[in-house]
Design a protein. Sequence first.
Length: 170
Amino acid sequence: MINILRLKTDKRKLLILGISLAIMLILVFVVYLPLIQKLRQTKSQVILKEKETSGLLAQTQILSGREKKRLPSLKEVSLAIDELSKLGADQKIDFISIDPRQTKPAKAMSYQILPIDMIVESEYKNLGIFLGSLESLKQSMVTLEHLEIQRDEKILPKLKARLTVNLYLK
């Protein structure tokens, strides 16, 4: 008789455990997984908005009366690149190549953007100082679009970096 009662309570415990597991699985599939998927979608949307915002920030600075920098014309690109290379030389940046690409119009603005691809060699600290000092250019306005840093055993302690800066033109 005692074994029968114990068997019935064990079955009840197993039944309650099984129902609890089933409810947890249902909650995982119905609530948790859709929330994770929505979180991933939201994250990708945030990344897109951040990219859009960074471009809009540069456009806003140009349009605002607070921006004192003069936008060079297409004819003055060499002066702006010269200013950029002098700034780099002050920070001990070795320019391997400076390659201006085709200009592209800015979205809904009356100016153009000239992407300039550069390959540089520098120590990490000097590269950081150089990138931070891009804001201090007097004759032009640039924003950093792309940065890729590689370690090259041949030139240690220097690093090789590929970067694209956007030069804003009239």
